[in-house]
Design a protein around this ligand. Structure first.
Ligand code: NAD
Length: 357
């Protein structure tokens, strides 16, 4: 029986809707296993800008630092997507949170629940058995380098930068994880063109000497994008830079059937942050149809990684599995075989998962 402080940071759009369900699942786990979870809430993104003028107010950051773990939703608002000149933007809150908490490793497990084989746009025979763990570097690369305009604003630049230290620390996490799985690591770069990628490859090759039991391959990002769709089962652990990881994991979300199914963990020096990989999805905000399973699976990652509660985490994952086995779907993962009566909204899907817990 443990006592933990969990900070709920719903953010914007459907972040509010799905995180509320993720929290209920944590509550149910606390009751079932006799733990005490204390909750607090903090602002980030558009809602924080509206309330304070800042995308990540100092008070939110302070609460994050003090918490044992953060369950996060999403940030973003169409107002900013269509206004590239806005100086304060919701995504700045996300990037600042990652930088300030030293969250350099983003883990994205991509595993298809068997019941969703037909929900993916990829053929079931290609998908069956796919089980990939992505390690995306999160605090370096082109996202954090110098950026600006020159020639009276007609030319723009973003500098990509990586240090040996940054590559080594994410590389180590990926090698360690590969050791606990099929002992296969694929390092993804663009070393034929980019200097940052040549350093990346050099560091991973050197690290590989320390992990002789792990089989390492180096793949270019373009061919990896192709192989993920052609033969996803060939991958076990994949490690890559911030930009490549951002794009490849969205592509890989189709292996899991929908963006609404994928959870992620951001870990590093400080408090771990657990979040769905999807954004604030304003096209469906307020309709009550967002799939909460990614948030629920993020809560499962939180229990396992930050609290070491493997049994509790496994129970959440198996409850999701049971709900899918019973035929329940949210609209994004429903297909022509789904009984329309089994298509649930956000809250009802949460209730279905809670019943199995
Ligand atoms: P998105 O992930 O919000 O949505 C992409 C598509 O997937 C949409 O059609 C959406 O309806 C659908 N979708 C996403 N999550 C779903 C869920 N749980 N259930 C059902 N359907 C779901 O990406 P976008 O449309 O490119 O971006 C919208 C906003 O989110 C933008 O402002 C963007 O900057 C922001 N964003 C934030 C994050 C984050 O906070 N981590 C990540 C990506 C995008």
């Amino acid at each position: 029986m443990a006592t933990k402080n969990i900070l709920i940071v719903p953010g914007d759009g459907i972040g509010q809707e799905v995180t509320a369900v993720g929290k209920k699942v944590l509550d149910a786990i606390a009751v079932k296993f006799g733990h005490t979870f204390h909750y607090d809430e903090a602002l980030i993104g558009h809602v924080a800008i509206e309330a304070t003028g800042e995308a990540l107010p100092a008070e939110s950051l302070e609460k994050m630092r003090k918490a044992d773990a953060v369950l996060f939703g999403a940030v973003g608002h169409p107002k900013y997507d269509n206004d590239p000149s806005a100086k304060v933007r919701p995504e700045q809150g996300l990037l600042k949170m990652r930088k300030e908490l030293g969250l350099y490793a983003n883990l994205r497990p991509i595993k298809l629940f068997d019941e969703l084989l037909s929900a993916s746009s990829i053929k079931p025979e290609i998908l069956k058995g796919a089980d990939i763990l992505f390690f995306r570097e999160l605090t370096g690369d082109i996202y954090f380098g110098e950026k600006g305009r020159k020639n009276d604003g007609d030319t723009a630049y973003d500098i990509a930068e990586y240090s040996r230290y940054e590559v080594e620390r994410i590389g180590r996490k990926a090698f360690e994880a590969a050791r606990t799985r099929k002992k296969k690591l694929c390092s993804v770069d663009k070393a034929n063109v980019l200097e940052t990628s040549r350093l990346w490859r050099e560091v991973i090759q050197k690290l590989a000497l320390e992990y002789p039991d792990v089989e390492v391959e180096h793949q270019f990002v373009d061919s990896t994008a192709m192989m993920l769709i052609k033969n996803p089962c060939r991958f076990d652990v994949v490690v890559t830079a911030n930009l490549f990881g951002d794009i490849l994991t969205d592509e890989a979300s189709q292996i899991a059937g929908s963006m609404g199914m994928l959870a992620s963990a951001s870990i590093g020096d400080g408090t771990g942050v657990y979040e769905p990989i999807h954004g604030s999805a304003h096209d469906i905000t307020g309709k009550g149809i967002a799939n909460p399973l990614a948030s629920i699976l993020s809560a499962a990652l939180l229990l396992d990684i930050s609290f070491g509660m493997k049994e509790e985490s496994d129970l959440v994952i198996s409850a999701v599995d049971q709900v899918l086995k019973q035929g329940f779907r949210t609209v994004d993962i429903a297909d022509k075989n789904t009984n329309p009566e089994n298509i649930l909204g956000t809250e009802a899907m949460g209730v279905a998962v809670l019943k199995f817990i």
